[in-house]
Design a protein. Structure first.
Length: 620
């Protein structure tokens, strides 16, 4: 025991009288409170030394190793007491460490402790989880590698029959091997491995592992149809197996222009030749499992296309001929109408010749379909518009009519082209009447067949117009002075031809003296009456004169009488009832006879208007 004046250092043992309790006072102690320190090779180590139970007010002033040494790669910090560094080799080193402390200014002491420092290679699993996947029905070997001083393994698993897990004493390898049975979908199995070992440090490590098992692969063929000149994209599709896959064509060949991507199974390119190409495709998975499929790609000829884009215009009545062309597909081609209609007179031959003589003008829209000779045939359709124009129209003349016509007549007329026209034409002749001055319209002015219009046709290749069935080219002129306008509208089909109207003829019905169409005499009880039928196309009568001629052998006292009729006619022509009759009238004048009516042989009636007189007579 060391002493220094009044202070005691180290341990102090107090002896107490027999039968009393014994108390032991503990001095300063170096921590950690163990005899063995441990660290792993290649891994940084830090062990902090400290002193416990220092005297009150004392402080550690330094650290040192008095005997032995630290493992290679480690060192002691003399100021802090930290042992640090990275162990370089496995070993056991024993050393004694001293902590110096100061408790009174200028007075120091120390405390020591002996340690064994073990450094060892750390036990670890090199193989990560999960293990590389396996393919069912294919032999597989997987290794679980460990590092460090392994002495043995403890293994548990749920692997199926046919797959084993094994290890050798002292070997760092656990081997999983065998053949997994067929599975319909991916299945996962577990393996738990515990490694025991250590050279200077006893170690135990446990690792969970999974291994996923995939079904044996199957291979689907790519699309079986392709076409020359058209980009092709197909895929060899794998079901099951473990990626990555390697694809190849062990027999047969792809169509020229197509290539197989060995990594992805994609078949792409542009086929260059038509034909049927048979081959065997293969996919090999990461575990060597091989799936094959018999495949066939039928390359059709180039797409069938109608190459004719537009059709030349034609002219009605002229020979028309053009050929529809196509390309691609497999010749020969057959052409048919797909929709719409050709101009009348044209036809489409199966070889694509569009020919004939158009019988009508117009714009005709239709579609033509081309079919090739492949099985099944390719088809292509194209829309066309064909413009057929008319040749120059010849002059149309209204014949048989002069510049004037007589009232109450029925003139006929004709319609004649200056030259024959190759297309049938049709049209309408229309009557219009403009009465003279303030005269009212005359409803009697109409065509002989009724109405104010007559339809007609001009057959192709002819010049004369033919009125529609049941009609005539003749019209009633009525009994009113005025102007009749005959207009001709010409059409081709539904198209009105220009100019419209195509021809016009104006006919004048001049003002004329009254016309007596009939004089009739009828005896009455006291004499007789004269009935005069006629018309005034100016709707005016200003006077009437009756001249009588005696019968043979008789004599008359009175031979001429003037009858005032102006007011009567004015009343008639100004009334609404007369409008439906134009200028027609019926005049009845009664006469009283002194003597015998048989003395009168004849009567002549003269009616006068501003246009002049008109006469008629009748016998008794």
């Amino acid at each position: 025991m060391r002493t220094h004046r009044k202070k005691f250092l180290g341990s102090l043992l107090l002896l107490i009288a027999p039968g009393a309790a014994v108390a032991q006072l503990q001095g300063p102690v170096i921590l950690p409170d163990t005899t063995v320190l441990e660290a792993f090779v290649g891994k940084p180590a830090n062990v902090q030394l400290s002193v416990q139970n220092l005297p009150s007010g004392a402080t550690v002033t330094g650290w040192s190793i008095t005997t032995g040494q630290l493992p290679q790669g480690l060192s002691l910090n003399p100021s802090t007491g930290l042992i640090s560094g990275t162990p370089a080799i496995p070993q056991i080193q024993t050393f004694r460490v001293r902590a110096t402390y100061q408790f009174v200014v200028g007075q120091t002491s120390f405390v020591e402790r002996t340690y064994a420092f073990n450094t060892d290679i750390e036990l670890a699993f090199v193989t990560a989880s999960p293990l590389a996947p396996a393919t069912a029905q294919v032999p597989v070997t997987r290794q679980i590698l460990s590092s460090g001083p392994v002495s043995s393994f403890s293994i548990t698993h749920n692997l199926p029959s046919g797959v084993t897990v094994s290890s050798s004493q002292g070997s760092p390898v656990v081997t999983v091997s065998g053949v997994f049975p067929a599975v319909a979908s991916p299945a996962t199995y577990q393996i738990t491995v515990t490694a025991f070992g250590g050279t200077y440090i006893g170690q135990e490590k446990t690792q969970q592992y999974e291994i996923r098992v995939y079904p044996f692969p199957s291979l689907s063929p790519p699309p079986a149809s392709a076409q020359v000149g058209q980009a092709y994209s197909g895929q060899l599709a794998v079901t099951g197996g473990v990626a990555p896959f390697v694809f190849d064509i062990p027999s047969g060949a792809l169509p020229p222009g197509l290539v197989l991507n060995a990594s992805t199974g994609a078949i792409s390119g542009t086929p260059e030749a038509a034909g049927v190409y048979s081959f065997t495709a293969r996919a090999k998975d990461a575990n060597g499992a091989q799936a094959t499929v018999a495949a066939q790609i039928t390359v059709q000829p180039p797409a069938l296309t109608i190459t004719t884009e537009t059709l030349p215009a034609g002219r009605a009545g002229d020979r028309y001929e053009t050929r529809i062309a196509a390309s691609g597909g497999q010749p020969p081609y057959t052409f048919t109408m797909a929709s719409g209609a050709l101009p009348p007179g044209l036809s489409l031959r199966a070889d694509g010749l569009l020919e004939g003589t158009p019988a009508r003008s117009g714009t005709f829209s239709f579609a033509i379909r081309a079919s090739d000779s492949s099985t099944p045939p390719q088809t292509a359709t194209r829309n066309f518009t064909l413009q057929i124009t008319l040749p120059p129209l010849p002059q149309l003349t209204i014949t048989q009519l002069g510049e004037t016509v007589q009232p109450a007549s029925q003139p006929s007329f004709g319609l004649q082209l200056a030259s024959a026209f190759p297309v049938e034409l049709n049209g309408t002749a229309t009557l219009a009447f403009t009465p003279e001055g303030n005269l009212p319209p005359d409803p009697a002015i109409r065509f002989a067949s009724g109405g104010t219009s007559v339809n007609f046709t001009i057959p192709a290749g002819q010049t004369q117009a033919v009125p529609a069935s049941g009609t005539l080219f003749a019209f009633q002129t009525g009994t009113t002075a005025g102007t009749i306008t005959l207009t001709i509208t010409l059409r081709e089909g539904d198209q009105v031809l220009q100019p419209a109207p195509f021809a016009t003829r104006t006919l004048r019905i001049p003002a004329a003296a009254p016309q007596i169409t009939n004089v009739a005499v009828a005896q009455t009880g006291g004499g007789f009456e004269v009935r005069v039928t006629g018309y005034s196309n100016i709707r005016q009568i200003s006077g009437a004169t009756f001249r009588f001629t005696a019968a043979p052998g008789a004599s008359l006292a009175t031979t001429e009488l003037s009858v005032p009729v102006a007011q009567a006619f004015q009343n008639w022509f100004s009334g609404d009832a007369s409008r439906q009759y134009g200028g027609q009238f019926l005049l009845t004048v009664s006469f009283t006879v002194q003597g015998s009516v048989s003395s009168i042989g004849n009567v002549q009636v003269t009616l006068t208007s501003s246009a002049g007189p008109g006469s008629g007579s009748a016998n008794f």
